[in-house]
Design a protein around this ligand. Structure first.
Ligand code: SF4
Length: 386
């Protein structure tokens, strides 16, 4: 497979992100971000090249009045790099089995919900439905239950569906490097793995039990993916658990470290905000719509190439308005329950989605804003042309 050949030339990293992470302090960063002045923002906005330190300034409360300026710049940079295109994607939940306790998730182990893992026939039924909607790539999602949805289940699922999609991404439990290598050999293209929060103590509060309670193993996951030669890694923090500004700085730091270390890999950033689910947890820190726009624009100004992704967690109005401001991919018609499209549409979702419009409606909304819809990940076509 050509992706592997290209990525096998990636340098062997001697360090890992943890060593970089440990040189920063949460409280100091928080103080720095909240101490930014109007003049600091003006100085950064006058610069052509935005550094990580400048990013800190752009996500500060002091930069909020400059959001219009940031939005225009973000729009222009995105148009220059990605043209008038928005990629559409859809998640396919394979299982809601989970051995972790995550306080914010409907699939958390102690929640009394019916558990389900899709069989081969059910997976293919879901695939048939999704293909009819037009999608040519797929994001497979599971909870974390090694006995039911471990590496062999995932490997089998990829083998089963790969002839139907030009690329396959996963959002599942963190794996070891060799396990990723085995899945890449089967055709795995991208892995999304969000740190949830980079605040270690808060992380432990929200992940009290199960493998996910290991903060360092999760933090090290993108490094293992980079070493395994994955084509794309998706990063993000779950906004609401901690101060979104500090978590976003750490995410950007993580991104920059990975880009430098595993430079053949592509990266994407997602912006999940806490949504209602079974056994609600209230957001500790609220992130407003304006805050989210500010953050998206700041990411684009920091990095012209990174993909910025928006899910159906966000409202119809917000998603309509964000199209031109820096986003490069958007999901539609998402079901967050296994079998949610064709097998068991009524089963319990991981979290409630906000924008329930159909794929066609989202496609029309994108096109009405002068954008072309892309149904598969263009990077893969580029890799395969070599
Ligand atoms: S967030 Fe993931 S690991 Fe945590 S309970 Fe939900 S499905 Fe399980």
């Amino acid at each position: 497979m050509k992706t592997q050949i290209a990525n096998s030339q990636q340098p062997i990293a001697k360090s890992n992100f943890k060593t970089v992470f440990e040189t920063y302090n949460w409280d100091t960063l928080e103080q720095e971000i909240y101490a930014v002045s109007k003049t600091d923002v003006e100085t950064v906005l006058a610069k052509e090249k935005i550094t990580l330190n400048d990013f800190k300034v752009l996500i500060s409360p002091a930069a909020k009045p400059f959001i219009e300026h940031m939005a225009q710049r973000s729009h222009q940079l995105t148009k220059k790099r990605f043209g008038n295109t928005i990629q559409m994607y859809i998640p396919m939940y394979l299982s809601n089995e989970c051995q972790n306790i995550c306080t914010y998730c409907g699939f958390s182990m102690t929640n009394k919900i019916p558990r389900k893992t899709l069989s081969d026939a059910e997976i293919l039924k879901e695939v048939e439905h999704i293909k009819k909607l037009g999608y040519d790539h797929i994001l497979l999602v599971t909870g974390e239950a090694n006995r039911t949805v471990g590496v062999s289940y995932l490997k089998h699922a990829i083998q089963l569906i790969k002839k139907h999609f030009s690329n396959i991404s996963i959002e599942v439990q963190p794996l070891d490097q060799e396990e990723y290598e085995a899945l890449i050999a089967e055709g795995l293209y991208a892995v999304l793995v969000y740190q949830e929060t980079y605040h270690e103590a808060t992380y432990k509060t929200h992940h009290p039990k199960g493998k996910k309670s290991n903060f360092n193993y999760r933090l090290d996951t993108p490094d293992r993916l980079g070493k395994a030669g994955i084509h794309k890694i998706g990063l993000g923090a779950l906004f609401g658990l901690e101060d979104w500004r500090v978590d976003s700085f750490y995410t950007a730091l993580h991104l920059k470290y990975l880009q430098k270390t595993y430079w053949r890999t592509k990266y994407s950033i997602s912006f999940p905000r806490l949504r209602p689910h079974q056994g609600d947890v209230e957001p500790k820190v609220e992130m407003t719509d304006t805050d989210l726009v500010q953050l998206i624009c700041a990411y684009r100004m920091l990095d012209e190439d990174v993909e910025l992704s928006m899910s159906t967690r966000e409202s119809e109005t917000f998603r309509n308005n964000i199209i031109k401001l820096g986003i490069t991919s958007i999901s539609a018609e998402s079901k967050t329950n296994p079998g949610g499209y064709a097998v068991a549409p009524q089963s319990l979702e991981q979290f409630e989605i906000s924008d329930e419009r159909s794929t066609d409606a989202i496609k029309n909304m994108i096109q009405s804003q002068g954008y072309e819809v892309v149904w598969k990940d263009w990077d893969r076509s580029y890799v395969n042309s070599h």
